[in-house]
Design a protein around this ligand. Structure first.
Ligand code: MEV
Length: 433
């Protein structure tokens, strides 16, 4: 059986499905049925999804949930979240409701600059390169005018280009380090187009005016955006933290701060702590058609910016006021890319009131902060397993294809019993016998 293929991309979708089923799924009709079942019967909608990527054979669904009751800068939001993990939407909703009656979330965009670099090699005199760069810089900007015209008209564009000497890191290595304002666009295409034009012009000018050649290695934006920062915060007097799971708010605040300090000091905990923050962030980023891999890479790099991976959230108690906050780099867009293409993304952005990129940065940072608040509140009080396992119960029941009647009986049973995977399996087996 040949497991390799040439010209796979040229096959029709049904030929691709047949090929994968024959060669990697032992001809399984059931697998083929599943692949086909997830295709949309609306041909136009399916074609749209087919064309997002290459070699599409089916659709991979994630649930789209809503976390309501988010009060952010005194405006109410219901936040769409695309995520497969149970408990995340519930936790976000709980944190939203908790803070709604305690002043809500405050969020503020602190900066919006993005970065892109042309990486190149040069083995001549650095001083000569520097003066050449200063002469050629206006030409680099001039040569990108067609690309930047629309962005310039809206008030964005190229902010600056500097020459960076990186020869201490790698012999002969320099950069053209560009800074950009891309307004409501995430800006990857814009930045990369500008950079590729910089490199063409730079190389052409160098060939005319420099004795030693420059060799362009690559031109690409950076997903590390430490100058594209949003801050989100909640605060209230300690005594107002009281609720049904927080009988002693002083004690709660103290333990909460300890939990945050541990994540600030201890990388093993920081990774899990930040993973919880990313549960909220990625879900909104995905629902709004943004690139969650870019966000993940940039956020985690930022979490390690001081040389040790650490918490993205912080907490303090001052004059009896509990304050919990985060500052995060988030390069997000609300125009361009998938935002105008994916029908569900359009709906998600409509639910959020068609936010600007800055507003979306605030909403996403708040979702992350809320998620972390919910996680730390559970962890430092009841523990997370109680809530988790209740949600997990439904997933296990679905795995066992429990009928509605079986579900009702088992959910009732677990009102007074601890949910564990084996206990649920036992309960299903018992009622089926
Ligand atoms: C689970 O997806 C996320 C948590 O582990 C986060 C945390 O520990 O802070 C609950």
């Amino acid at each position: 059986m040949h497991k390799s293929v040439s010209g796979f991309s040229k096959l029709s979708k049904s030929e691709k499905i047949d090929w994968i089923v024959t060669h990697y799924l032992s001809g399984s009709e059931a697998s083929k049925k599943t692949l086909l079942q997830y295709l949309n019967s609306d041909k136009k909608l399916q074609q749209l999804h087919d064309e997002f990527i290459e070699n599409t054979i089916s659709n991979y669904y994630l649930p789209l949930g809503i976390a309501p009751n988010f009060k952010i800068n005194d405006t109410m939001y219901a936040i769409p979240m695309a995520i497969e993990e149970s408990s995340v939407v519930a936790a976000a909703s709980k944190a939203a409701k908790f803070w709604m009656s305690r002043g809500g979330f405050k969020a503020e965009v602190l900066s919006t600059t993005k970065i892109g670099q042309v990486h190149f090699m040069f083995h001549g005199d650095t001083a000569v390169l520097e003066s050449f760069f200063n002469i050629v810089k206006p030409k680099l900007l001039e040569a990108t005018k067609d690309i930047t015209k629309n962005m310039d008209a809206r008030g964005g564009g190229i902010l600056d280009i500097v020459l960076k000497d990186k020869t201490e890191a790698i012999n002969g290595y320099y950069q053209l380090h560009g800074t950009f304002e891309t307004l409501d666009a995430m800006g990857a295409n814009f930045i990369n187009s500008c950079l590729e034009q910089f490199s063409k012009t730079f190389k052409a000018e160098a060939q005319l005016h420099l004795e030693s050649p420059i060799e362009i290695v690559m031109s690409i934006l950076s997903n590390y955006v430490p100058d594209c920062i949003v801050r989100a915060e909640v605060s209230c007097p300690i005594e107002e933290l009281a609720d049904k799971n927080i009988e002693d708010p002083e004690m709660f605040a103290k333990k909460f701060l300890q939990a945050v300090s541990i994540a600030e000091a201890e990388p093993y905990r920081a990774v899990t702590h930040n993973k919880g923050i990313m549960n909220g962030i990625d879900a909104v980023v995905l629902a709004t058609g943004n690139d969650f891999r870019a966000i993940e890479a940039g956020v985690h790099a930022y979490a390690a910016r001081n040389g040790q991976y650490a918490s993205l959230t912080h907490a303090k108690i001052e004059n009896g006021i509990f304050t919990f906050w985060t500052e995060l780099p988030l390069a997000l867009g609300t125009v361009g890319g998938l935002t105008g293409l994916h029908p569900l993304v359009k709906v998600a952005l409509d639910i959020l009131g068609k936010p600007s990129a800055k507003e979306l940065m605030q909403i996403v940072a708040v979702a992350g902060l809320a998620q972390n608040f919910a996680a730390l509140k559970s962890l430092t009080t009841t523990g997370i397993q109680e809530g988790h396992m209740k949600m997990h119960l439904m997933n296990i029941l679905n795995q066992f294809e429990a009928t509605d009647k079986e579900k009702a009986t088992i959910v009732d049973h677990f009102k007074t019993h601890t949910v564990t995977h084996s206990a649920v399996v036992q309960a299903i087996t018992a009622i089926r016998q």
